[in-house]
Design a protein. Structure first.
Length: 266
């Protein structure tokens, strides 16, 4: 069963965590800028029998209310949210699984608290996004023009390619749950980091995944991450786009289970 608990980072900003499972190593899932922690529910249920599973609801992403000052929505703030959740549950080391922004957060965590990371899985993400400043500003302009997150969500989803009705509804609901102010700050935080110099310092096992139909973070960006991490594997997930864990949960879960069997000690 999935439960939810609010947590607070040292800077006083609230976030939350969805969690399931009572025994085994810890798996910590971190969502993308357009999603909420609920995007990982398929994984929380799939792995709760063998692992303690946690999905972080990053600050400014839907819940809890009220949303924080947008100035606190930074990559450092996101890392603090993850660490606050680990501390709240008494977890010293965990495997970090991040999609898109979540992969960026995993790299930020490595810079700030590498002793807490046992392994990492980076999905549909990037170490440095091409033309990052211009890309982030174009998204922000589109949000401002749309005038509401509900309108923007419909326009953004249309650019992601055809998806089943269930996934479209999920995408619209999760993106629409955010405020414009928080999403603008999150957009800046998501796309403008540069972790290329960090990659060679990562000395834990890493699985790098890309959806075969991902037009937001194409395979070349995942390959750059995998090439930079010595102990890494690059895998393409079929029948999946940018959020492959939700687009093809069976395929992603199988890859994750095999990776954990090789790398995580119970």
């Amino acid at each position: 069963m999935i439960d939810t608990m609010a947590v607070q980072a040292p800077d006083g900003v609230a976030s939350a965590v969805r969690y399931a499972g009572t025994r085994g190593p810890a798996l910590v899932f971190v969502h993308g800028v357009g999603s909420t922690a609920a995007i990982w529910d398929r994984q929380l249920r799939a792995f709760e029998g063998e692992y303690r599973t946690f999905a972080i609801e990053l600050r400014g992403n839907g819940v809890p209310r009220p949303e924080p000052d947008p100035r606190s929505i930074t990559r450092a703030g996101y890392a603090a949210d993850v660490l606050a959740a680990l501390d709240a549950f008494g977890i010293q080391r965990a495997t970090i699984v991040g999609c898109s922004l979540g992969g960026v957060v995993a790299l930020e965590l490595w810079e700030r608290a590498r002793a807490r990371i046992e392994a990492m899985v980076i999905l549909g993400s990037f170490a440095a996004y091409p033309n990052a400043g211009a890309y982030a500003e174009a998204i922000c302009d589109a949000v401002r023009t749309a005038g509401s997150m509900a309108t923007f969500a419909r326009e953004r989803a249309a650019r992601l390619g055809a998806m089943p009705e269930e996934r479209l509804r999920e995408t619209l609901d999760q993106m629409s749950s955010k405020s414009v102010a928080s999403y603008l700050a999150a957009t800046e935080a998501t796309w403008t980091g540069d972790y290329r110099a960090t990659l060679p310092t990562i000395d834990v096992p890493a699985l790098v995944c890309a959806g075969e139909n991902d037009v937001i973070a194409p395979l070349a960006l995942s390959r750059e991450i995998a090439d930079g991490i010595a102990d890494s594997e690059l895998v393409t997930i079929s029948k999946a786009g940018h959020v492959a864990n939700a687009d093809n949960p069976a395929g992603f879960n199988e890859l994750l289970r095999r990776f954990l069997a090789r790398t995580v000690v119970g």
